[in-house]
Design a protein around this ligand. Structure first.
Ligand code: GLN
Length: 183
């Protein structure tokens, strides 16, 4: 199994290391050709506006939209969640996203998160994190914070978190994605 990590901007190496901890080779993806060689793709955190501009610059927006439509498994973290849920970006998750929903950089925080299907809380690291306000009925909510802020979702072969599992030492979220890819 080869998992790509979109290598335009953001926490790319951290995802590759996390994949290695799960026993899987991560491959940096920077072209349509690279995109065609992976069984699943991770879109890292960073800055969604910057990643969006680079997607356009590298002619990757349309190929990626086609992959979303074709059902390529995709895992987006933080800015990745923003791109997956914006209708003018990847439109992989139907919902309303609130960028920087928890405040600015200084409001970054860590919290133990109850994730559906996990026995133990997950260490959520939030950095200028977005959240989803509303999602379509067919989007599975895996975690919420403050009762109404949706911070982890699954929709078909798409997984997305507001937080950064690649910055923790907990491999369960990546493992969940790998299970989705193998399924
Ligand atoms: N606030 C950023 C955005 O909207 C995401 C921050 C992050 O990925 N850590 O793109």
């Amino acid at each position: 199994m080869v998992i790509g990590v979109l290598d335009l901007q953001g926490a790319v190496d951290e995802h590759i290391q996390m994949l290695a901890q799960c026993g899987v080779t991560g491959k940096k993806v920077l072209s349509e050709e690279g995109l065609n060689q992976v069984d699943g793709l991770i879109i890292p955190g960073g800055e969604s506006t910057a990643i969006m501009n680079l997607l356009l610059k590298f002619d990757l927006l349309k190929p990626l939209q086609e992959k979303v439509a074709a059902g390529l498994p995709i895992f987006g973290t933080c800015a990745g969640l923003v791109l997956l849920s914006r209708s003018d970006a990847l439109a992989g998750i139907e919902g309303k996203v609130e960028r920087n929903g928890f405040g600015r950089q200084k409001d970054s925080f860590q919290a133990d998160i109850d994730v559906a299907g996990f026995d133990q809380p997950f260490p959520g690291i939030f950095i200028r994190a977005p959240y989803l306000k509303q999602v379509a009925d067919d989007v599975e909510v895996l975690a919420k914070i403050d009762d109404d802020r949706i911070i982890a979702v699954k929709h078909g072969k798409i997984l997305a978190t507001s937080f950064h599992p690649e910055l923790s030492d907990d491999t369960r979220m990546h493992q969940l994605f790998l299970d989705m890819v193998s399924a």
